[in-house]
Design a protein around this ligand. Sequence first.
Ligand code: SF4
Length: 426
Amino acid sequence: MEDETGEATLIQKAPHAGAVFGAEVPAGLGGLGGSDAGPLTELHVFWLAGMSCDGCSIAVTGATAPSVEELLAGTIPGLPRVVLHHPVLSIDAGHGFVKPFRQAVEGTLGGPYVVVLEGSVPDDQSFLEEGFFSGLGVGADWPASLEAPRAPDQPLRMTDWLRAMAPAAAASIAIGTCATWGGVPAAAGNVTGSMSLMDFLGKDYRSALGVPVINVPGCSPVGDNFTETVAAILLFLQGLGPLPEFDELGRPAWLFGETVHRHCVRAGYYEEGVFAKEYGDKECLVDVGCWGPIVQCNITERGAINHMGGCMVAGGACIGCTMPGFPDKYAPFYKAPPGSLISGRTARTTGAAIRRLRRISMGAGNREFIWDKTGEVPSGWSAERSEPSTVWKWSGFFYKKLQYSGSVDQAKRNTETPLPRSRNVL
Ligand code: SF4
């Protein structure tokens, strides 16, 4: 989108909150947003790790649509090649690894960059003297033009880099629930005083392109949710894709707009009021602690890796790991959520009746017309099968009346069709 001066403008609307943000695309960002410099050919991604278990990195390396390899190789048509600076995956080490971070802070990198944070942000910027919880490089790596936050031989805090790099980044993306909402390191009693990236940067934070913090939650997140979000943003910036939608908390709306429950493979059991009593049962897991009905996550439709697996598919109850306030707000784990007392009881009552009616319809539906006419099922598997009861026959009669009302009564037509003459050929 361009304003009257020809400058590209990024506008985003949070669909639920109705909030609108917009900003001029600064010159010198290598063509981001369609400036005169043309489309991007390369984008630096600086991966910072705070209070993290590295699970998000592992999840992202398993992404397939698109994969990290495709992003790094620049093989996706229209997308720039991603230059990843990752504390575990990069080949460079020591000062060589930290050098591009310093160049980004100095403004000498020569291209745009994105900051990705994995893990929560410890409260170590509040330390007046020594101490840190998560470090990257040493004081000697810090730009000489800036006031040194540490002596040359002392570790720099991850938060030093985050504070310096986020304002000039094209976008700041929090990956995983620790970075998006604080997560496990922000649980009650944790000595690090950890917080989310949003909490650290504050409400007024906007990237160089005017974008607030983008949040891709999950513990660990679905890797594809992250790579797809990155790809969607890049496609838009290249002028090749639609404007991605984010919700009022900066989550990709197309990925986190639905609850786990709505797409759960066990949702049919819930509707029929049939619930698992212990782990390993195949039914709905709400009685053994599933929070799926109120948790926003797409793992039930997307799977964990390569569209396979995922919590409920693998037998695990949803413990709310994508949600703000996790884990404390969803504790104790494996105890039925209080809200399920009402919804579960309602489902039990209505579901029991619906289930029985469906059994009747299934019984009638599991028969060929020939079997109905001859009164026998030529199946060696069904020797014990009883004939349809009078209740089944009458309910089937009225069911078909409703089914074919206003249409051709196929049931009647089949009744009038002669039996095949070579039936029972042996
Ligand atoms: Fe809903 Fe959880 Fe039951 Fe799935 S297992 S149907 S998400 S309550």
